[in-house]
Design a protein around this ligand. Sequence first.
Ligand SMILES: CC(C)(COP(=O)(O)OP(=O)(O)OC[C@H]1O[C@@H](n2cnc3c(N)ncnc32)[C@H](O)[C@@H]1OP(=O)(O)O)[C@@H](O)C(=O)NCCC(=O)NCCS
Length: 178
Amino acid sequence: MIDPFETHEPDIHPDAIVHDMAFVSGRVSIAKQANVWPMAVIRGDINVITIGARSNIQDGCVLHVTHDSRFSRPGGEALTIGEDVTIGHNVTLHGCTLHNRCLIGMGAIVLDGAVVETDVMVGAGSLVPPYKTLESGYLYVGSPVKQIRALSQQELEFLVYSAGHYARLAKRTAKPKT
Ligand SMILES: CC(C)(COP(=O)(O)OP(=O)(O)OC[C@H]1O[C@@H](n2cnc3c(N)ncnc32)[C@H](O)[C@@H]1OP(=O)(O)O)[C@@H](O)C(=O)NCCC(=O)NCCS
């Protein structure tokens, strides 16, 4: 379901694929070939959510933001996802920034103000604390996450492959537009 919030309509590129059973609302923009899977909730009511080209938001993910108040940093916390990003099943992303080509493992939680730089892998079930920055090129796992090791060349290549794979899979599962 794609829903306005007050006067804000989601802005979804015609080549993006959002499953009918996902919920997308408000100030959300989704770029070309990005894909959103069943039961994902993307709620851009009180701040902006941006999803870059070819990124995937897998089944059961929850994406939300923080509004500007005396309890937040000025402007609150928007949620920004770069290009070729894989967000595994059941991930929670809240008011954070993910740069290009990262992979957030299944069930992980990324909290407000956290920054995941390009080419980072976050292990399944991990927790990224508020305002923590994960350095480009590394694997992080645990709750809270710790830097484990540099990603191998094969893993770096997999990050791009994973996004491409999901973009192709979404096309195969999408119903023809009427
Ligand atoms: C993180 C991951 C890539 C690790 O792969 P790996 O090559 O087996 O990792 P390593 O062998 O280098 O493991 C390093 C250490 O981290 C531990 N570890 C691995 N994954 C972990 C996780 N998710 N949480 C906590 N610890 C983890 C390993 O047990 C190992 O610990 P040890 O040194 O004490 O034995 C993998 O476990 C994972 O979580 N993948 C995510 C997959 C996913 O969710 N994809 C998206 C959906 S399609």
